[in-house]
Design a protein around this ligand. Sequence first.
Ligand code: SF4
Length: 299
Amino acid sequence: MINEVEKEFSFKTKGKYSVSNKIFLDLIFTNKCNCDCRFCIAKTKSYADEDLERWKSSFKKTIEIFKDEIDSLIILGGEATIDLHFFIKLDYIDEVTKDNHIFTILTTNGCLLRSDSFLKRVAESSIDSVNISVMNHEEEHNKYLMRGKTLNRDELKKVYDVLHNQGKTVRFNTNVAKNNLCTLDRLEKYINYFNGCCDTIKLTPLMKTDMFNTEDEVLEYTHEQTMDKSDIKKLFDSLISKHGTKTTNGNVFGLINYAEAYVNSQHVILKYEQVEDMYDLDKVIPTLKLYPNGNLSNE
Ligand code: SF4
């Protein structure tokens, strides 16, 4: 099971920074999405065009250069599954990494997994782990937050059973904000409601964003709805003290504070703090981002 809580990178000093020995490669398949989440930082005011051949060429070169450093491939969007070239890109990833498989995570809102044939192809692909964004256990509230045709509990359970039977790990991701899962009672309701529908639930505080290209609506939303760090700490501490904890690790990747809990046997990861600027900590985990047009950036 992929578990950030167990993960430690080592760091080497380069100039004034400590730089990790491993890097992440984010593969942004498309900027488009079939949801319209109120907090979506992937929605920006401008996008580059998509270019499959250039994307393939950049991906191949990136793997040739960085194959020994890349810890995992993270497939993202927008919503990656609506990319018309989704399966072409998956096949190409397999072709390029066939001698040296790299752990691959698909991050999705899950809407297309409602289709049996689509789900079967994902289940039979070489993706190792599927992270599904499920914001709230109340269908209406989830729709309010995500503004899309999101899956209900029965559909999510079916998706889990199919993926799990093919050896994939399934994680639900949600953010904790003033209007979402902001009390112990609501957190417990969410976790208990989805018990048995996934391997892990990850709770991450909503973070304020100030990125220059982000849509105004998202900037306003994140500024209004982000909870204070001290309130998040109190909330997560109360969940842990009530249900016990397996591990707390204030030093994952050398810098992020995580904890784990089992709530009525459901495994939960709590990410206490979102690092806003790693450079403030003098530590850097390089993340390469490959965009739909084949451009590669280093963040
Ligand atoms: S599902 Fe993801 S990419 Fe789509 S709108 Fe929501 S946060 Fe953005």
